[in-house]
Structure formats: C-alpha cells, structure tokens
Design a binder for this molecule. Structure first.
Ligand code: HAM
Length: 422
C-alpha cells in the first residue's frame, strides 16, 4: 500500500465542507476591508526565498523543498506567501497603480520540511494578506484589527495578541552588536547553527528551537532598549490606534519572528486555551517589512501583512468546542419500486438537478426499506417513492421527512415546490 507523504493530510469530504465554509467567510471579510485576491505560483525561483526570507533563517536553511527542473533551474515549493506577493507587486509594477497601498490576499498551500507534530505540517494552507505601498501606523492597526476580526468572526474567544517593535534598520545595527557581545562568551555551548548565526544574524539565535532553554536567552538584551526615536514613535502610534479600537494586546519585547524581512511592527496571535493539548499555540503571525521590496530589486515601498494556517484555525475551533454551521444534506431522495420506475427516476433526477435541486437515488438495487435508510443517512429533507401507480398518474407524494407530512404533486411541480422551500 502506498501511504500519504509524512506531514501531509487528506481533507476528506466532512472536513472539506468546513474548509469551504471558512474560506468563503474569509473571502467575504476581505471585501469589507477592501483587499483583493492574488494567486501566485506554487513554486518560485529558489533565490526569491533565499534573498527575501533570509539565508540564515530555519525556513531557508532547513525547511525548503528545493529541486532542479529539466532546464537546470533551482526552484522551490513556496514555504510562505509574502516573498512571492512582493515579487509579483514589483514584477507587475503595482507601485504605478493609483490606489496605494495595494491590498492583496492569498489562500493556498505552502510547504516546509518540518518535524511533524499537531498543528505543524509539511504541506499546510496559508491564508494571508499583504498591504503594500504605505508606511502609516493606521494600516498596521488595520491589519491587526483584521486578524482579530477573523478569529472572532468564527466565535473564538481565548485569544492573545502579542506585539513588538523590532525597529528600523538603524536601530537593529546596534542591537545586533549588543546580541553578539552578549552571546560571544558562551557561544561554544550553543548549537552549530547558532555559532554561525552570531556572525551572520545574531537575532536568529533568539528563536533557535535547539537552544531555547539556554540561560543567556532569558538575559539577552531586548530590542526595546535599542529602538531609535523614529521606531519608538511609530510603535507608540500603532499602540494608540489599537487602544482606540479597543483591541487588547500584550507587548513581548522578545518576539522577533523567524523570518528576516521584518521591521517595526511584529506580531503573533496565540491560542490562550487551557483545554488545548497541542504544542503549537501560535495561530497567526505577521509584521511590517520595510526593506523587502528594495532587497528584491523593487521600488522604495514598504508593506505589512500576516498569514494564518487554516489547519491551526480548525484546531483552535476544536479546542473551544465550536461547531461550524456546515450543512451537507440533500433536498430530495428518490426511491423507486420496479425497473420502469427506476428508469423514469434517472430522467427525473437529471431534470431536477438542472432546476437546482440537490437530489440523489439508489444505485445498488436496494429494497424500499434500504432505500429509505439511505435517504436518512443522506439527511434528505424530502423523499418520494415512485412505483407503477405514480408513473401511471404522473404524480407522487412528496414527504417532508422532518414533519412527516406529504403533499401530492405532479412530477413537473416538484422542482419549484422544493426550491421555493415549501
Ligand atoms: P510564519 O509565522 O512563518 O509567517 O507563518 C504564519 C502562520 O502560518 C503561522 O502562524 C501558522 O498559522 C502557519 N504555519 C506556519 N508553518 C506551519 C506549518 N508547518 N504547519 C501549519 N501551519 C503553519 C509567514 O509565513 C509570513 N509570510 C507571514 C507574513 C505575511 N508576514 C507578513 N506578511
């Protein structure tokens, strides 16, 4: 037997109905916030992620699915959406569009070679937004408000929004040096990756999964103490907007995020539920990326966004015992008695489907009792039983399975009776 690849999942019909519900709600919310959908390829040039996400990140170093195509090009299955959306913004010269910021959203599979655990998959589905072309604390606040709105609209309550500012490029130069000075005397106790990170990108030491419990992690200098005046003022203004919007948040000076492109506002939404037994509590993450467009040879524009995985959203809903209102019932089940009736049902079924009725019949020559059980399993709202008499009279009793009441109708009247929600 050939099994599904490790870290991937089949989304079976019962779940896919939930996915459709979630995705359709997300599309609706996006129109309220005036974001438009963008679809970029599943694979991109490897260089896009190496440069955009950052050579020293775990994502690029360890987690990418990279391959050569037949033309010897190095391609990578996208591990995240931001770099690709920014590439597309630059390539399609969206900076020339009159409506800035350009507000985009995406929804699709991403791939990371990670250790499988609850809430962490090798193929997962990210829904994300990017607002590119404005550097204004009010757009940061809009993006944060949108994150909260999304989760609250599904009825989730146990949420914790954690924010931080990781400053602008200038603030970070000093900070990186302070981290080097802090870790240098003890770096021999750290993993091989951190021993490289201390030179290439010391901030990455702070989110090392191997060394997270080392004592110097707790005493490491905080970025907050290295923010210059511009960065401080920007962060204060974002917080003031959040206060005005009555969005509760916690400031965590240790939140640095695992991707290199962030500047200023960085945030994560955590699940704050005691009943959740999974190790993964981060539902969503994002932030501002002021240098990314230029790093990818684009114009001097800035952006902010976030991404969440639908898999983790579903886990959060499960942890809070929230049932999504997904219905998957049939309008009508046609039961038949005899060959002539069954032949007639094939045609009636086709006509009714063309009229927009959700309808099915038996295909396994079940006895009438078996057919009625099947109607029950399919949660059919109405049933009809066609036999010789119904064929002769060209009419049939349409039974409402909820009330038990029947109404006799001509075959051609059934569609409008059902679609009008009789
Ligand atoms: P990220 O924090 O790497 O950020 O991922 C964002 C979200 O994707 C996570 O909070 C989680 O919900 C989901 N996620 C990540 N990895 C996995 C996985 N292996 N299995 C299941 N879910 C996962 C980004 O990707 C940035 N591009 C977000 C962003 C957009 N920043 C600015 N704009």
């Amino acid at each position: 037997m050939i099994n599904i690849p490790r870290g991937t999942q089949d989304i079976l019909p019962e779940s896919s109905a939930k996915w459709r519900y979630i995705e359709s709600k997300l599309h609706d919310l996006m129109s309220c916030y005036n974001y438009e959908e963008i679809r970029t390829p599943i694979f991109e040039s490897t260089e896009l992620f190496a440069r955009g996400v950052g050579d020293s990140t775990d994502v690029v170093q360890k987690e990418m699915y990279t391959f050569k195509d037949k033309g010897d090009r190095s391609l990578t299955l996208r591990p995240e959406g931001t770099a690709a959306v920014v590439r597309s913004y630059i390539e399609n010269k969206m900076q020339g569009l009159p409506n800035q910021p350009v507000k985009l959203y995406y929804n699709g599979p991403m791939f990371r070679y990670e250790r499988k655990q609850k809430g962490r998959y090798r193929q997962f589905n990210q829904f994300g937004v990017e607002a590119i072309g404005a550097e204004d604390p009010s757009i940061d606040a809009e993006v944060l408000a949108l994150v909260m709105h999304i989760y609250q609209s599904f009825g989730l309550k146990n949420l914790k929004l954690v924010i931080n500012s990781i400053g602008d490029a200038e603030s970070r130069v000093e900070y990186q040096q302070a981290l080097r000075d802090h870790f240098k005397p003890v770096i021999h106790n750290y993993c091989a990756d951190c021993q490289k990170r201390i030179d290439t990108n010391p901030m990455r030491i702070l989110d090392c999964k191997v060394d997270r419990n080392q004592p110097e992690m707790k005493t490491a200098p905080s970025i907050t103490d290295y923010l210059n005046d511009t960065s401080k003022a920007y962060f204060e203004s974002v917080k003031a907007h959040l206060d005005r919007l009555c969005i509760p948040y916690e400031v965590d000076p240790n939140l640095v995020r695992g991707l290199d492109y962030y500047t200023h506002t960085a945030f994560e939404l955590m699940m704050d539920s005691k009943d959740y037994d999974g190790a993964i509590t981060t539902l969503c993450g994002g932030g501002r990326y002021n240098g990314l467009l230029e790093l990818l040879d684009g114009p001097k524009q800035t952006g902010i966004g976030f991404a969440l995985s639908i898999e983790r959203l579903l886990l959060a809903l499960e942890a809070e015992g929230i049932e999504l209102p997904v219905e998957n019932h049939l309008d009508l089940f046609i039961a038949t008695m005899g060959e002539a009736a069954d032949d007639y049902a094939v045609k009636l079924l086709n006509d009714l489907r063309h009229a927009g009725v959700k309808v099915d019949k038996d295909y396994l020559s079940r006895k009438l009792k078996g057919q009625m059980k099947q109607a029950d399993r399919l949660q059919a709202k109405y049933t009809i039983v066609i036999g010789d008499q119904e064929l002769e009279q060209q009419q049939v009793a349409v039974k409402n399975m909820e009330t038990g009441q029947s109404e006799t109708l001509k075959f051609e009247e059934i569609a409008s009776y059902i679609t009008k929600g009789a």
